[in-house]
Design a protein around this ligand. Structure first.
Ligand code: PLP
Length: 551
């Protein structure tokens, strides 16, 4: 028997650093800091709001130079503890200058990142409970709350019953849903599940598929040039393509994977939606050549111009050819809580979602839930878990072994997972379905106001039809003006407006219309911020006009 150690184990403060009692005070101060921050943002350009704190004066986009913060920070962490007050003083001094204020009411760039008090409280509780919900047994509440809030959302946007967890007519669901971090993860999981199903079918029917030297068939994924770059990235990660070609500049030129697997960009129609006829022809040609069409990724609300792929027409093509259809509805999917916007997902055709195998949208973009929160639905849970499940001994337990529970680790790429359902639960309960609908509708009404302002000034044009809360516009092309010239004017306008610090917009390029080669540079005004009011939309318009007048 080895000797027992004689010196006692040191008893440091538990936990080290900020004590639990200090946490009470520091936590209240931090909540005050965040509340003051939000109130100062909400007070910007809101003279009627009787602000309790002065309006924020900082620019929407950070103006620091690359390396500023790196130079201000020590190159190694402190050897001894620092007082909490000293640490907190560095937040306004060092961190805030490098913040681009996504919660600013005049943040109109990209798509919004929706923070709200209820969501942040959920986030805080999730962090405080410190749960890793990888298995049902590692916190049953984390799994079951997630299942229930996702079913609530499914009902709110009218998804088919077999995408819900709740049994229908006493039968267990063949589908279900999961919260992931981002739409990018959702697309990756969809591709992997789709390939798993395709592989299983190929093995079962062993048709004359063309195989590479390694003996695996060449898989093909279809999407459009308007889809988010995360589709190609997912295919790169899954080994379905090699990625953008050597130039790396034009992501529409994609190189195949070494085994011949590939992503095909399907031509689009004038409204930049996928041409379903062209899709059918591409799939048929691949089938005829012995390749295996795996998945079509369609987008409801593209990042560039919010173009909406026709889910019904694409669904029919996929169903007839047994190809997995994934819908990326990252931003626009949130609007389906309103019946009048549901057609985007449902294609105005009852039952069109019946041909969809998976679908995802981001409450962190437009449903008052802070980043990150991607809701992913599928009607084929077996394909997901078949592709993603691996069970080492140390994760085994009676309920999992008996198949009595869902272990969400099998529905995602990582093992560990945060308790994200809490923030969604807090939001859904404290805002209510009616509140969410009103929230979405108010932003769409603001976009209508902005669109009418653009249309009222002949120096501007609305470049793409608007369905939701994003307006695509540009300076109108003058007689005799070249494409390069008008594009340069658009980019200069954007730069100057953003340089005022009063608002932030971002841009895209879209193919020219009317058969003209080349693309137009376009400004995007994406409305969806938690604190945005009509006054902010009118203000950014006045800034645009003032900048144009001065140029
Ligand atoms: N898909 C679409 C249509 C998007 O607009 C975006 C981001 O704006 C993404 C995917 C990627 O989102 P995430 O950051 O959740 O991966």
């Amino acid at each position: 028997m080895p000797d027992q150690p004689t010196t006692p184990v040191p008893q440091p403060a538990l936990p080290p650093g900020v004590s639990i009692d200090q946490f009470r005070d520091a936590g209240k101060q931090l909540v005050d800091f965040i509340a003051d921050y939000w109130q100062s943002l909400a007070a910007v350009a809101a003279p009627d709001a009787r602000p309790t704190v002065p309006p924020a004066t900082f620019p929407v986009a950070s103006t620091v130079a690359p390396g500023d913060l790196l130079r201000a920070l020590p190159s190694a962490c402190p050897e001894t503890p620092e007082p909490w007050d000293t640490i907190m003083r560095d937040v306004p001094a060092l961190i805030m200058p490098g913040i681009t204020h996504w919660q600013h009411p005049s943040f109109f760039g990209f798509f919004p990142a929706n923070a709200s008090p209820a969501a942040i409280l959920g986030e805080l509780l999730s962090a405080g409970l410190g749960v890793n919900g990888m298995l049902w047994s590692t916190s049953p509440a984390a799994t079951e709350l997630e299942m229930r809030v996702l079913d609530w959302l499914a009902k709110l946007i009218d998804l088919p019953r077999d995408m819900m967890h709740e049994p229908a007519d006493g039968q267990p669901s063949s589908g279900g849903s999961v919260i992931m971090g981002t739409a990018s993860e959702g697309t990756l999981v969809a591709l992997i599940a789709a390939r798993h199903r395709a592989r299983t079918c190929v093995r079962a029917s062993s048709p004359a598929t063309s195989t590479s030297s390694s003996g695996t068939p060449a898989y093909v994924v279809y999407t459009s040039s308007q889809a988010h770059s995360s589709v190609i990235k997912a295919a790169m990660i899954a080994g379905i393509c090699a990625g953008p070609n050597a130039s790396g500049v034009d992501p529409s030129i994609i190189s195949p994977a070494p085994d011949g697997s590939h992503v095909r960009l399907v031509p689009t129609l004038d409204d930049l939606s996928i041409d379903a006829g062209a899709l059918a022809r591409l799939i048929d040609a691949d089938l005829a050549a012995g390749r295996v069409p795996v998945c079509v990724v369609a987008t409801v609300g593209t990042t560039g111009t919010l173009a909406i792929d026709d889910v019904d027409a694409i669904g029919r093509v996929c169903r007839d050819r047994a190809v997995w259809l994934h819908i990326d509805a990252a931003f626009a999917g949130c609007a389906a809580v309103c019946p009048e916007f549901r057609w985007m997902l449902h294609s105005r055709t009852p039952g069109s979602l019946e041909s969809v195998d998976s679908l995802g949208f981001n409450p962190h973009k437009w449903l008052l839930t802070n980043f990150d929160c991607h809701c992913f639905y599928t009607r084929d849970r077996a394909a997901l878990t078949g592709a993603l499940s691996i069970t080492p001994e140390y994760l085994r337990n009676a309920n999992s072994d008996a198949g009595r529970v869902i272990d969400y680790r099998d529905w995602q790429v990582p093992l560990g997972r945060r308790f994200r359902a809490l923030k969604l639960w807090f939001v859904l309960r404290s805002v209510g379905a009616e509140g969410l609908r009103e929230y979405i509708r108010s932003h769409v009404r603001m976009a209508e106001v902005f669109e009418s302002l653009v249309r009222s000034d002949t120096r501007f044009e609305v470049t793409h039809a608007r369905d939701l809360s994003m307006v695509c516009f540009a300076p109108r092309r003058r007689d005799g003006e070249s494409l390069d010239e008008v594009n340069a004017r658009a980019r200069a306008l954007l730069t100057r407006v953003n340089a005022t610090g009063t608002a932030l917009l971002t841009h895209t390029v879209a193919p020219c219309t009317g058969g003209e080669p080349g693309s137009r540079s376009i400004l995007r005004l994406a409305i969806g911020g938690t604190l945005t009011r009509e006054a902010h939309v009118r203000n950014v318009w006045q800034t645009l006009v003032a900048v144009l007048d001065a140029s």
